[in-house]
Design a protein around this ligand. Sequence first.
Ligand code: SAM
Length: 412
Amino acid sequence: MSGTGEGARAIKSDQERQDPTWRQRLDARIDGWLTSQGLYRWALGNPVGRWITRRRANALFGLMSGFVHSQVLLACVRLGLFERVLAQPSTLAELSRQTGINKDALQRLLDSALSLQLLEMREGQRYGLGPLGAPVAAHAGLRDMIEHNAVLYQDLRDPLALLHNPEGAGMQAYWPYPTDIPAREPAQARPSGPAKPVSPAHRAEDPRPEQDSQSARYSALMSSSQKFLIEELLAVYPFGRHRCVLDVGGGQGGWVCELARREPALSLMLFDLPPVAALARQRIEQAGLTDRITAYGGSFTADPLPQGADLVTLLRVAHDHSDEVVRGLLQAIYRALPVGGSLLLAEPMAQPGGRPALSDPYFHFYLLAMGAGRLRTASELGALMQAAGFSKVKALPNPMPLHASLLLGQKR
Ligand SMILES: C[S@@+](CC[C@H](N)C(=O)[O-])C[C@H]1O[C@@H](n2cnc3c(N)ncnc32)[C@H](O)[C@@H]1O
């Protein structure tokens, strides 16, 4: 933004302050009412006002205490409480013995979990699974994400420090990509300078040891949390109409392996950074699917994508990257597809115009702490797909858009 533009904006807002529109005057009036003690007293004195005020007060209290709620959840997960009471509803004394936490302290955790519907009271003063504890007991992926959120919440202890200096966030050490991972050769074997492009015709090499643990850690988390997404995809899209599917940024290969099992006529490819593609290759071998699935190692910022697929899936990848990288990636996918080929993109998407959405603040701050990418609306992503050449871009409504929403586009 040029200095002149900023000056013009400043002048405009000065003018607006001096000469507000009718809408601004009305908004200011409403702000005044809503913050007046008089309105509060009046609202509590009549049934409708009381109902509205109580709802808002509860919602605000929820915001204030949200951190405590998430820590109650984390404590339950770390103690394995949901699995314990699923196996056997238990009394306070039994749970105290099992967890090694004294009864007085544990009672507070259990009462908190009751009020958050994580647990519920059963016969004989036994604690059992509550409606919100049941999915946590059922899905290891959810428990892994709850545990992983501790890294984010550490960064959010001082939200202003994070906003001022996102580069200092601990979350960045968790996600090492995309900059310094070589495409094919170990760094020490390469002369200094830019990484050599790698032909995806080469399968993933074994990972370098120092990258191995970081890549394995985040890939394991992605793999366990991907299970929800897999169900969503299979529920809404007829993959059997394709011949060959390429999963870009495919992680450890959970999706391609599951898709291969569900659609026996499909052949599949996966493309990810070399250390991750090597992990995928191990998994593909373990699953006995090497004749159906090929894993390619490379970076989509530097290397061409494998050709031959008539459907590309891009799952939870774009939001990790800047618009510039996403533009290049979508163009590369477009180039790799034949005419008539499709791109299926799935990721969490922001609600347009700041409409209420519980998950948006989470992803906004997660990506800020991660130091890359941003949460986009479906229309922003659709516009990026169209700019890369895709047409007929449309949303595919899926049963649980909390994990991810889906967009489909075609090369014509
Ligand atoms: C958030 S994970 C999602 C993994 C998987 N698609 C899923 O939904 O579980 C993003 C994936 O993109 C891969 N990735 C990131 N940058 C990449 C790059 N430049 N080239 C290839 N893959 C990349 C990461 O290694 C990781 O596996």
